[in-house]
Design a protein around this ligand. Structure first.
Ligand SMILES: Cc1cc2nc3c(=O)[nH]c(=O)nc-3n(C[C@H](O)[C@H](O)[C@H](O)COP(=O)(O)OP(=O)(O)OC[C@H]3O[C@@H](n4cnc5c(N)ncnc54)[C@H](O)[C@@H]3O)c2cc1C
Length: 486
């Protein structure tokens, strides 16, 4: 195998897989380097006997034909095995269950029933309108945000005029929008909105820009359940990459990225060396600091300092013996108090559908639970202290789960385990176990996030620590844009 490639892509999560497959489709010799033995990154899996567990992400969205995952499937001529869920999510609150119906009319009826206010309809219409316009801007403009004068000129097109004004929603918070609709005083509604935002924009209504909040609050209309787990579509992209003569090298981490004589030199942990004029990195900015040198390292160091905060995730996994037909796969549970050693008063539950016999044999389901935590809670501890904290958090989450799912309370639970930022840092090599990208705020919004184009010739940054941010549709979009640029 030659060690010279047209393109080298770093990291085989959704971002890297997309970029690599699209380049291979264009007949470019492409190498994809991945440190783990499996692809998927934060959207990967692990196996215990007959059970497949999603290790981080669980939900797909952005699947409509004009949205990133829809476009990707078309371009690669593949079709993911997914179910569109009529109830995108059920939120279990102290006042009762809230059904996020995919159907907008049904959702509005539910919303009016739970949070009666004359402005609800106008508020949600505004959010759906913003969401559509955002996709029109980012979907139709691969060079957005502009990296140079040509990109800027390409944006001055008549197709953008009706939508460009929405950009002001980047500098104004959702809380301000709530005020405009006189919805900010309803504590119950505000809590509902905040808990939905923390799992989508990674921030609460006071900080989260209303533009990205609109994307986060409307996504349950388009929630897709991937059969076999969220790693399955990722594996499908990897297979397609292989069929198109792409070279995927797993189980070998990149340890050095150096620019010398107009070419990028990559070195791996196992001592392999590869070169290419163009590198596309999906390794998060914080981890890039350690891998790069000189000016490039300085660039990433500055970015890492500027965007110094991201959340960590605490996870609980188990298999449960039950044939119960549940109304949906996705739930958000509000808790009365903050979850021990975490920074949240809610957790997100994914329960495999009963007809998903890839994830669990008939009569069983797998459960993946996630919540937000501060990474520093889990490092620099003795092993005993670490295990004790982990157990406390796991016990708390399982006890609330049992209360909220009375039908499953007495079911046999097996393979109970949990994961912390330390686990993510080990398996995905994400610095400090930072996951979910950079929280969106009016100060650090998607226009100020690290650009996909770096100041260095032939070096591009994708993945959830760069524009447009976290989530599989976002990272797929950026990868598609970069390939189009190339
Ligand atoms: C708990 C949790 C729940 C989430 N839920 C959802 C959800 O339901 N839906 C959704 O859309 N998004 C969700 N997200 C966000 C989503 O998972 C991520 O934003 C997205 O998967 C990031 O993809 P990526 O390719 O940018 O990065 P990653 O998935 O992190 O991929 C980067 C890859 O690079 C590899 N790598 C790192 N360092 C090196 C190195 N030195 N050498 C070689 N390879 C390296 C890693 O192993 C990894 O495979 C969730 C995230 C978490 C943590």
């Amino acid at each position: 195998m030659s060690n010279h490639f047209d393109y080298i892509v770093l990291g085989a999560g959704y971002a890297g897989l997309t970029a690599a497959a699209l380049l291979a489709k264009r007949n470019k010799s492409t190498l994809l380097l991945e440190s783990h033995y499996a692809v998927g990154g934060c959207a990967s899996f692990f196996r215990r006997k007959h059970f497949f567990f999603d290790s981080g992400a669980t939900t797909l969205s952005g699947m409509l034909p004009h949205l990133p995952l829809g476009l990707l499937q078309k371009e690669l001529d593949i079709q993911f095995a997914v179910a569109h869920l009529p109830i995108g999510m059920i939120i279990k609150t102290e006042h009762g269950d809230i059904h996020r119906y995919a159907n907008r009319v049904q959702w509005l009826q539910e919303c009016m029933k739970v949070f009666p206010h004359k402005n609800q309809e106008r508020f949600w219409s505004k959010l759906y309108e913003l969401e559509e316009k955002v996709w029109k801007i980012v979907g139709n403009n691969p060079f957005f945000p502009p990296a140079n004068i040509n990109d800027f000129l390409s944006l001055i097109a008549p197709k953008n005029f009706p939508n460009i004004t929405i950009i002001r929603g980047v500098f104004s918070s959702l809380y301000q929008l709530l005020r405009r609709y006189d919805l900010h005083n309803d504590k119950y509604f505000k809590r509902f909105v905040d808990e939905q935002l923390i799992i989508s924009t990674q921030n609460y209504s006071e900080q989260s820009p209303y533009l990205t909040s609109a994307m986060g609050l409307t996504y349950p209309s388009q929630t897709y359940y991937p059969y076999g787990g969220i790693a399955k579509p990722a594996q499908m992209i990897a297979e397609k990459f292989d069929q198109m003569n792409g070279v995927l090298r797993k189980n070998d981490a990149v340890v050095s990225i150096r620019y010398h004589n107009a070419i990028w030199h990559i070195e791996t942990e196992k001592g392999k060396k590869f070169v290419s004029p163009t590198i596309i990195s999906s390794i998060p900015i914080w981890s890039m600091v350690k891998l790069t040198h000189e000016k490039v390292q300085e660039y990433y160091r500055k970015k890492a300092e500027q965007f110094h905060f991201a959340w960590g995730a605490f996870m609980v996994y188990f298999a449960i013996e039950s044939s119960e037909e549940l109304p949906t796969a996705y739930y958000q549970i509000h808790t009365q108090e903050t979850i021990p050693h975490c920074a949240s008063r809610s957790f997100f539950v994914t329960i495999s559908l009963s007809d998903d016999e890839i994830k669990a044999p008939r009569g069983w389901k797998t459960v993946t639970i996630s919540t937000h935590t501060h990474s520093h809670e889990w490092f620099n501890l003795t092993e005993e202290e670490y295990e004790r904290k982990k157990q406390q958090t796991t016990d708390f989450i399982i006890s609330v789960f049992n209360k909220e799912f009375p039908l499953l309370r007495h079911s046999n639970k097996e393979w109970i385990s949990s994961a912390t930022p330390r686990t993510f840092s080990h398996y995905t090599r994400r610095f400090s176990g930072f996951v979910g990208g950079i929280p969106h705020s009016t100060r650090q919004n998607f226009l100020t996030l690290p650009h996909n184009v770096t100041p260095f010739k032939g070096l591009y940054q994708i993945g959830d620590s760069a524009f447009p941010g976290q989530g599989t549709p976002s990272v797929v979009l950026a990868a598609m844009n970069v390939v189009q640029r190339l």
